[in-house]
Design a binder for this molecule. Structure first.
Ligand SMILES: [Zn+2]
Ligand SMILES: [Zn+2]
Length: 159
């Protein structure tokens, strides 16, 4: 959000609102996507030398569990609080700071539950819901399913 200093009055709260597409904020990832627009509601306050801009961000995301690949939807509701030096500036662009706040709410490795048991690499069974269809003992020598396409590719390259 770009805030023009001249639109604000000193020592008076100015309400500000905006909605963003996740794409606009460069917030689309392979294992996470926004199911709704991101809405911002906040207030800006000007003091002698700084601009105080605070409020909250809301949306809904779908994240893919790092272990079992299950998509899980959850609400995003995150406060933000920025202070900018305004000396000699006509406007403040807070877009990248807003993006950073949202990025920090998303864990690097999302899990559907803390103790998610994941997927068997050999037979693809979701171990949260079913027991493994293969016998781990027998399959230890075999290449896990996930690597098979890669292996084929290497074989093709080496031909
Ligand atoms: Zn999971
Ligand atoms: Zn298995």
């Amino acid at each position: 959000m770009i805030i023009k200093i001249k639109d604000l009055k000193k020592k008076e709260l100015t309400p500000l609102a905006a909605t963003y597409d996740a794409q606009t904020l460069d917030l689309e990832f392979e294992d996470l996507h926004y199911r709704k627009k991101i809405s911002l509601a906040g207030s800006a306050e000007l003091t002698e030398q700084s601009l105080h801009f605070y409020g909250s961000l809301e949306s809904e995301v779908e994240q893919i569990c790092n272990r079992c690949l299950k998509p899980v939807a959850s609400d995003v509701q995150e406060p933000f609080d920025f202070t900018y030096e305004i000396r000699d500036k006509k406007m403040i662009d807070s877009t990248m700071d807003i993006r950073d706040v949202l990025i920090l709410t998303h864990p690097d490795q999302f899990l559907c539950t803390a103790d998610c048991r994941g997927i068997c690499l050999y037979c693809g069974a979701n171990l949260n819901h079913e027991s493994c269809r293969c016998k781990a003992k027998d399959s230890k020598k075999e290449t896990p399913q996930t690597w098979k396409p890669l292996k084929k590719l290497f074989e093709r390259i080496n031909e």
